[in-house]
Ligand binder design. Structure first.
Ligand code: FA5
Length: 341
Protein backbone atom coordinates (compact mmCIF):
# COMPACT_ATOMS: atom_id res chain seq x y z
CA UNK A 1 0.00 0.00 0.00
CA UNK A 2 1.28 3.45 -0.76
CA UNK A 3 1.05 6.60 1.35
CA UNK A 4 -2.25 7.75 -0.13
CA UNK A 5 -3.88 4.32 0.28
CA UNK A 6 -2.77 4.16 3.94
CA UNK A 7 -4.22 7.62 4.52
CA UNK A 8 -7.52 6.60 2.89
CA UNK A 9 -7.65 3.42 4.92
CA UNK A 10 -6.90 5.36 8.13
CA UNK A 11 -9.61 7.93 7.37
CA UNK A 12 -12.25 5.29 6.67
CA UNK A 13 -11.38 3.41 9.87
CA UNK A 14 -11.29 6.45 12.14
CA UNK A 15 -14.64 7.58 10.81
CA UNK A 16 -16.23 4.45 12.29
CA UNK A 17 -14.47 4.72 15.68
CA UNK A 18 -16.88 5.53 18.47
CA UNK A 19 -14.88 5.00 21.61
CA UNK A 20 -11.51 5.91 23.08
CA UNK A 21 -10.58 2.22 23.03
CA UNK A 22 -11.20 2.03 19.30
CA UNK A 23 -9.20 5.22 18.71
CA UNK A 24 -6.28 3.82 20.72
CA UNK A 25 -6.43 0.60 18.70
CA UNK A 26 -6.20 2.62 15.47
CA UNK A 27 -3.33 4.68 16.87
CA UNK A 28 -1.52 1.46 17.61
CA UNK A 29 -2.23 0.08 14.16
CA UNK A 30 -0.79 3.15 12.39
CA UNK A 31 1.71 4.87 14.69
CA UNK A 32 3.31 2.11 16.80
CA UNK A 33 6.82 0.81 16.08
CA UNK A 34 5.41 -2.00 13.98
CA UNK A 35 2.52 0.13 12.69
CA UNK A 36 1.64 0.97 9.13
CA UNK A 37 3.51 4.30 9.06
CA UNK A 38 6.69 2.61 10.30
CA UNK A 39 6.19 0.01 7.59
CA UNK A 40 6.10 2.82 5.01
CA UNK A 41 9.37 4.19 6.43
CA UNK A 42 10.82 0.69 6.15
CA UNK A 43 10.19 0.82 2.42
CA UNK A 44 12.68 3.71 2.09
CA UNK A 45 15.38 1.24 1.01
CA UNK A 46 13.32 0.39 -2.11
CA UNK A 47 13.01 4.06 -3.14
CA UNK A 48 15.35 5.45 -5.73
CA UNK A 49 17.99 7.76 -4.31
CA UNK A 50 16.68 11.06 -5.68
CA UNK A 51 13.13 10.35 -4.42
CA UNK A 52 14.17 9.28 -0.91
CA UNK A 53 14.00 12.78 0.55
CA UNK A 54 10.53 13.58 -0.80
CA UNK A 55 9.28 10.10 0.13
CA UNK A 56 10.56 10.47 3.68
CA UNK A 57 8.94 13.90 3.92
CA UNK A 58 5.60 12.53 2.64
CA UNK A 59 5.65 9.69 5.21
CA UNK A 60 6.43 12.21 7.97
CA UNK A 61 3.62 14.45 6.80
CA UNK A 62 1.25 11.46 6.98
CA UNK A 63 2.55 10.59 10.44
CA UNK A 64 1.98 14.16 11.69
CA UNK A 65 -1.44 14.27 10.03
CA UNK A 66 -2.57 10.98 11.68
CA UNK A 67 -1.11 11.98 15.04
CA UNK A 68 -2.80 15.44 15.09
CA UNK A 69 -6.02 14.00 13.75
CA UNK A 70 -6.08 11.30 16.41
CA UNK A 71 -5.45 13.92 19.14
CA UNK A 72 -8.39 16.02 18.03
CA UNK A 73 -10.65 12.94 17.73
CA UNK A 74 -9.58 11.91 21.25
CA UNK A 75 -10.31 15.39 22.61
CA UNK A 76 -13.77 15.31 21.08
CA UNK A 77 -14.51 11.87 22.45
CA UNK A 78 -13.27 12.85 25.93
CA UNK A 79 -15.39 15.99 25.96
CA UNK A 80 -18.38 13.97 24.76
CA UNK A 81 -17.82 11.34 27.47
CA UNK A 82 -17.50 14.05 30.13
CA UNK A 83 -20.68 15.78 28.99
CA UNK A 84 -22.56 12.48 29.02
CA UNK A 85 -21.28 11.78 32.56
CA UNK A 86 -22.32 15.24 33.74
CA UNK A 87 -25.71 14.75 32.15
CA UNK A 88 -26.12 11.36 33.85
CA UNK A 89 -25.07 12.68 37.24
CA UNK A 90 -27.06 15.89 37.23
CA UNK A 91 -28.81 16.46 40.57
CA UNK A 92 -32.31 17.77 40.29
CA UNK A 93 -32.46 20.16 43.22
CA UNK A 94 -36.16 20.67 42.68
CA UNK A 95 -36.97 17.02 43.40
CA UNK A 96 -38.89 16.52 46.65
CA UNK A 97 -36.59 15.41 49.51
CA UNK A 98 -36.92 12.22 51.50
CA UNK A 99 -39.27 12.73 54.38
CA UNK A 100 -37.78 11.64 57.70
CA UNK A 101 -40.21 12.13 60.53
CA UNK A 102 -38.41 13.83 63.41
CA UNK A 103 -39.41 13.27 66.99
CA UNK A 104 -40.99 16.07 68.95
CA UNK A 105 -40.44 17.20 72.50
CA UNK A 106 -42.70 15.62 75.10
CA UNK A 107 -45.04 18.31 76.52
CA UNK A 108 -43.69 17.65 80.01
CA UNK A 109 -40.09 18.23 78.90
CA UNK A 110 -41.14 21.33 77.01
CA UNK A 111 -42.72 22.73 80.17
CA UNK A 112 -39.55 21.93 82.15
CA UNK A 113 -37.50 23.81 79.53
CA UNK A 114 -39.87 26.79 79.50
CA UNK A 115 -39.92 27.14 83.29
CA UNK A 116 -36.17 26.53 83.61
CA UNK A 117 -35.51 29.29 81.10
CA UNK A 118 -37.47 31.78 83.21
CA UNK A 119 -35.64 30.91 86.43
CA UNK A 120 -32.19 30.64 84.83
CA UNK A 121 -32.90 34.14 83.49
CA UNK A 122 -33.41 35.23 87.12
CA UNK A 123 -30.01 33.80 88.10
CA UNK A 124 -31.11 30.41 89.44
CA UNK A 125 -28.95 27.30 88.97
CA UNK A 126 -30.43 23.94 87.98
CA UNK A 127 -29.76 21.34 90.71
CA UNK A 128 -30.23 17.57 90.66
CA UNK A 129 -30.79 14.89 93.25
CA UNK A 130 -31.21 11.12 93.28
CA UNK A 131 -34.58 9.50 92.55
CA UNK A 132 -33.75 6.68 94.98
CA UNK A 133 -33.45 8.80 98.10
CA UNK A 134 -32.65 8.41 101.77
CA UNK A 135 -35.48 8.79 104.28
CA UNK A 136 -33.16 11.33 105.93
CA UNK A 137 -33.35 13.82 103.04
CA UNK A 138 -36.85 13.01 101.80
CA UNK A 139 -38.45 13.42 105.24
CA UNK A 140 -36.29 13.90 108.32
CA UNK A 141 -34.26 16.93 107.27
CA UNK A 142 -37.49 18.49 106.03
CA UNK A 143 -38.95 18.47 109.52
CA UNK A 144 -40.85 15.21 109.01
CA UNK A 145 -39.49 12.85 111.69
CA UNK A 146 -40.21 9.12 111.48
CA UNK A 147 -43.63 9.22 113.20
CA UNK A 148 -44.90 12.49 111.65
CA UNK A 149 -48.54 12.15 110.53
CA UNK A 150 -47.95 14.24 107.35
CA UNK A 151 -45.86 11.34 105.99
CA UNK A 152 -49.14 9.52 105.32
CA UNK A 153 -49.92 11.92 102.47
CA UNK A 154 -46.72 10.88 100.71
CA UNK A 155 -46.68 7.10 100.92
CA UNK A 156 -44.20 5.68 98.44
CA UNK A 157 -42.13 2.69 97.32
CA UNK A 158 -39.47 1.62 99.82
CA UNK A 159 -36.22 -0.10 98.89
CA UNK A 160 -35.50 -0.71 102.58
CA UNK A 161 -36.55 1.00 105.78
CA UNK A 162 -34.26 3.99 105.18
CA UNK A 163 -34.28 4.13 101.35
CA UNK A 164 -37.22 5.04 99.14
CA UNK A 165 -38.27 6.49 95.78
CA UNK A 166 -38.43 10.21 96.56
CA UNK A 167 -41.96 11.52 97.04
CA UNK A 168 -41.13 15.10 96.03
CA UNK A 169 -38.20 17.17 94.79
CA UNK A 170 -37.89 18.85 98.22
CA UNK A 171 -35.00 16.58 99.39
CA UNK A 172 -32.87 18.54 96.90
CA UNK A 173 -33.48 21.57 99.19
CA UNK A 174 -31.90 19.73 102.13
CA UNK A 175 -29.04 18.36 100.00
CA UNK A 176 -28.27 21.78 98.49
CA UNK A 177 -28.34 23.58 101.85
CA UNK A 178 -26.20 20.91 103.49
CA UNK A 179 -23.58 21.06 100.71
CA UNK A 180 -23.49 24.86 100.52
CA UNK A 181 -20.70 27.00 101.95
CA UNK A 182 -23.33 28.75 104.16
CA UNK A 183 -22.00 32.19 103.33
CA UNK A 184 -23.32 32.55 99.80
CA UNK A 185 -26.96 32.93 98.82
CA UNK A 186 -28.68 29.88 97.29
CA UNK A 187 -30.92 30.14 94.25
CA UNK A 188 -31.80 26.79 92.67
CA UNK A 189 -34.53 25.02 90.78
CA UNK A 190 -34.73 21.26 90.48
CA UNK A 191 -36.99 19.54 87.96
CA UNK A 192 -37.37 15.79 88.37
CA UNK A 193 -39.36 12.60 88.62
CA UNK A 194 -41.04 11.79 91.91
CA UNK A 195 -43.09 8.81 93.09
CA UNK A 196 -46.03 8.13 95.37
CA UNK A 197 -48.45 5.31 96.08
CA UNK A 198 -51.24 7.13 94.19
CA UNK A 199 -53.48 6.00 91.36
CA UNK A 200 -56.45 7.86 89.85
CA UNK A 201 -57.19 10.12 86.87
CA UNK A 202 -55.19 13.06 88.31
CA UNK A 203 -52.68 11.11 90.42
CA UNK A 204 -50.00 8.81 89.04
CA UNK A 205 -47.43 6.63 90.83
CA UNK A 206 -44.79 8.59 88.91
CA UNK A 207 -45.06 12.30 88.20
CA UNK A 208 -42.92 15.36 87.74
CA UNK A 209 -42.19 18.27 90.03
CA UNK A 210 -40.03 21.38 89.90
CA UNK A 211 -38.57 22.54 93.19
CA UNK A 212 -37.39 26.08 93.83
CA UNK A 213 -35.26 27.27 96.76
CA UNK A 214 -33.85 30.65 97.69
CA UNK A 215 -31.78 31.21 100.84
CA UNK A 216 -30.24 34.53 101.81
CA UNK A 217 -30.40 37.43 104.21
CA UNK A 218 -33.58 39.50 104.34
CA UNK A 219 -35.57 37.13 102.10
CA UNK A 220 -39.26 37.72 102.70
CA UNK A 221 -42.66 36.38 101.72
CA UNK A 222 -43.07 39.30 99.31
CA UNK A 223 -39.95 38.09 97.44
CA UNK A 224 -41.71 34.72 97.09
CA UNK A 225 -44.88 36.35 95.83
CA UNK A 226 -43.06 38.65 93.40
CA UNK A 227 -41.00 35.75 92.03
CA UNK A 228 -44.00 33.48 91.53
CA UNK A 229 -46.06 36.30 89.98
CA UNK A 230 -43.23 36.97 87.49
CA UNK A 231 -42.84 33.26 86.72
CA UNK A 232 -46.59 32.71 86.15
CA UNK A 233 -46.81 35.72 83.84
CA UNK A 234 -43.80 34.54 81.81
CA UNK A 235 -45.13 31.00 81.40
CA UNK A 236 -48.90 31.53 81.23
CA UNK A 237 -49.21 35.11 79.92
CA UNK A 238 -48.93 38.69 81.17
CA UNK A 239 -52.67 38.91 81.91
CA UNK A 240 -52.49 36.19 84.61
CA UNK A 241 -52.70 36.89 88.32
CA UNK A 242 -51.88 34.66 91.26
CA UNK A 243 -53.39 34.17 94.67
CA UNK A 244 -52.02 32.66 97.86
CA UNK A 245 -54.18 30.40 100.06
CA UNK A 246 -52.88 29.40 103.45
CA UNK A 247 -51.83 25.78 103.68
CA UNK A 248 -49.59 23.44 105.62
CA UNK A 249 -46.25 21.82 104.82
CA UNK A 250 -43.99 20.67 107.67
CA UNK A 251 -40.94 22.20 105.94
CA UNK A 252 -42.34 25.71 105.40
CA UNK A 253 -43.83 28.25 107.79
CA UNK A 254 -46.02 30.00 106.75
CA UNK A 255 -47.12 27.70 103.93
CA UNK A 256 -49.33 28.50 100.96
CA UNK A 257 -51.03 26.89 98.00
CA UNK A 258 -50.61 29.08 94.93
CA UNK A 259 -53.30 29.41 92.27
CA UNK A 260 -53.10 31.15 88.90
CA UNK A 261 -56.10 32.69 87.16
CA UNK A 262 -57.57 30.05 84.83
CA UNK A 263 -55.62 29.75 81.56
CA UNK A 264 -58.83 28.90 79.72
CA UNK A 265 -61.46 31.38 80.95
CA UNK A 266 -59.14 34.01 82.45
CA UNK A 267 -60.95 33.90 85.80
CA UNK A 268 -64.63 33.92 84.84
CA UNK A 269 -65.16 30.25 85.66
CA UNK A 270 -65.33 27.30 83.24
CA UNK A 271 -65.20 23.50 83.11
CA UNK A 272 -61.41 23.45 83.30
CA UNK A 273 -61.24 25.39 86.59
CA UNK A 274 -64.50 23.82 87.82
CA UNK A 275 -66.15 27.24 87.92
CA UNK A 276 -63.68 28.74 90.43
CA UNK A 277 -61.70 30.89 87.95
CA UNK A 278 -58.44 29.61 89.53
CA UNK A 279 -56.07 26.72 88.86
CA UNK A 280 -54.02 25.21 91.69
CA UNK A 281 -50.45 24.98 90.50
CA UNK A 282 -48.02 24.69 93.38
CA UNK A 283 -47.19 24.58 97.07
CA UNK A 284 -44.80 27.09 98.62
CA UNK A 285 -43.74 28.87 101.79
CA UNK A 286 -40.94 30.33 103.87
CA UNK A 287 -38.33 27.70 104.75
CA UNK A 288 -39.05 26.43 108.29
CA UNK A 289 -36.43 27.48 110.90
CA UNK A 290 -35.98 23.79 111.86
CA UNK A 291 -35.07 22.95 108.26
CA UNK A 292 -32.56 25.82 108.13
CA UNK A 293 -31.05 24.73 111.43
CA UNK A 294 -30.76 21.04 110.44
CA UNK A 295 -28.83 22.07 107.31
CA UNK A 296 -26.44 24.33 109.21
CA UNK A 297 -28.02 27.76 108.67
CA UNK A 298 -28.78 30.11 111.55
CA UNK A 299 -32.48 31.08 111.16
CA UNK A 300 -31.78 34.31 113.02
CA UNK A 301 -29.50 35.37 110.14
CA UNK A 302 -30.82 33.52 107.10
CA UNK A 303 -34.28 33.15 105.67
CA UNK A 304 -35.52 31.55 102.53
CA UNK A 305 -38.49 30.55 100.47
CA UNK A 306 -39.25 27.34 98.62
CA UNK A 307 -41.86 26.12 96.19
CA UNK A 308 -42.80 22.85 94.53
CA UNK A 309 -44.67 22.86 91.23
CA UNK A 310 -46.72 19.85 90.06
CA UNK A 311 -45.84 19.85 86.34
CA UNK A 312 -48.24 17.12 85.22
CA UNK A 313 -51.12 19.11 86.65
CA UNK A 314 -50.12 22.12 84.57
CA UNK A 315 -50.03 20.33 81.23
CA UNK A 316 -53.27 18.52 82.06
CA UNK A 317 -54.90 21.91 82.54
CA UNK A 318 -53.17 23.53 79.57
CA UNK A 319 -54.13 20.83 77.08
CA UNK A 320 -57.32 19.52 78.69
CA UNK A 321 -55.82 16.04 79.29
CA UNK A 322 -58.45 13.87 80.96
CA UNK A 323 -56.19 11.19 82.49
CA UNK A 324 -52.64 11.65 83.82
CA UNK A 325 -51.71 8.13 82.60
CA UNK A 326 -51.79 9.42 79.02
CA UNK A 327 -48.65 11.43 79.82
CA UNK A 328 -46.71 8.27 80.63
CA UNK A 329 -47.98 5.46 78.40
CA UNK A 330 -46.21 6.58 75.20
CA UNK A 331 -49.28 6.16 73.02
CA UNK A 332 -48.37 7.75 69.67
CA UNK A 333 -51.98 8.85 69.12
CA UNK A 334 -51.53 11.05 72.19
CA UNK A 335 -47.95 12.17 71.55
CA UNK A 336 -48.50 13.02 67.87
CA UNK A 337 -50.94 15.75 68.91
CA UNK A 338 -47.96 17.76 70.18
CA UNK A 339 -46.07 17.68 66.87
CA UNK A 340 -45.37 21.04 65.38
CA UNK A 341 -45.01 19.98 61.71
C1 FA5 B 1 -45.21 18.83 97.82
O1 FA5 B 1 -44.81 17.83 97.23
C2 FA5 B 1 -44.21 19.80 98.41
N1 FA5 B 1 -42.91 19.23 98.39
C3 FA5 B 1 -44.28 21.11 97.63
C4 FA5 B 1 -43.55 22.21 98.33
C5 FA5 B 1 -42.22 22.47 98.05
C6 FA5 B 1 -44.21 23.00 99.28
C7 FA5 B 1 -41.56 23.49 98.70
C8 FA5 B 1 -43.55 24.01 99.95
C9 FA5 B 1 -42.22 24.26 99.64
P1 FA5 B 1 -47.73 18.40 97.37
O2 FA5 B 1 -47.80 17.07 98.02
O3 FA5 B 1 -48.90 19.28 97.50
O4 FA5 B 1 -46.47 19.26 97.84
O5 FA5 B 1 -47.40 18.17 95.83
C10 FA5 B 1 -47.15 19.26 94.97
C11 FA5 B 1 -47.87 19.07 93.64
O6 FA5 B 1 -47.52 17.82 93.09
C12 FA5 B 1 -49.40 19.02 93.76
O7 FA5 B 1 -49.91 20.32 93.75
C13 FA5 B 1 -49.80 18.26 92.53
O8 FA5 B 1 -49.83 19.13 91.42
C14 FA5 B 1 -48.62 17.33 92.32
N2 FA5 B 1 -48.94 15.96 92.73
C15 FA5 B 1 -48.99 15.44 93.97
N3 FA5 B 1 -49.25 14.12 93.94
C16 FA5 B 1 -49.37 13.78 92.63
C17 FA5 B 1 -49.61 12.56 91.91
N4 FA5 B 1 -49.74 11.40 92.52
N5 FA5 B 1 -49.65 12.61 90.56
C18 FA5 B 1 -49.47 13.77 89.92
N6 FA5 B 1 -49.22 14.95 90.52
C19 FA5 B 1 -49.18 14.96 91.87
Amino acid sequence: MNIEEIKEEYLSEIEKANSLDEVNEIKNKYLSKKGKVSELMGKMKDIVADKKASYGQAVNTLKTFISDHLDSIKDNLETKALNEKLERETIDVTMPGKNYSAATKHPLNKLVDDISEVFVGLGYKVAEGPEVEKDLYNFEMLNLPKDHPARDMQDTFYVDVNTLLRTHTSPVQARTMEASSKDEPIRIICPGKVFRKDDDATHSHQFMQMEGLVIGKNVTMSDLKGTLDYFMKQVFGQDKTIRFRSSYFPFTEPSVEVDVSCTSCGGKGCNLCKGSGWMEILGAGMVHPNVLRMSGFDPEVYQGFAFGIGLDRIIMLQYGIDDIKRIYTNDLRFLNQFRRD
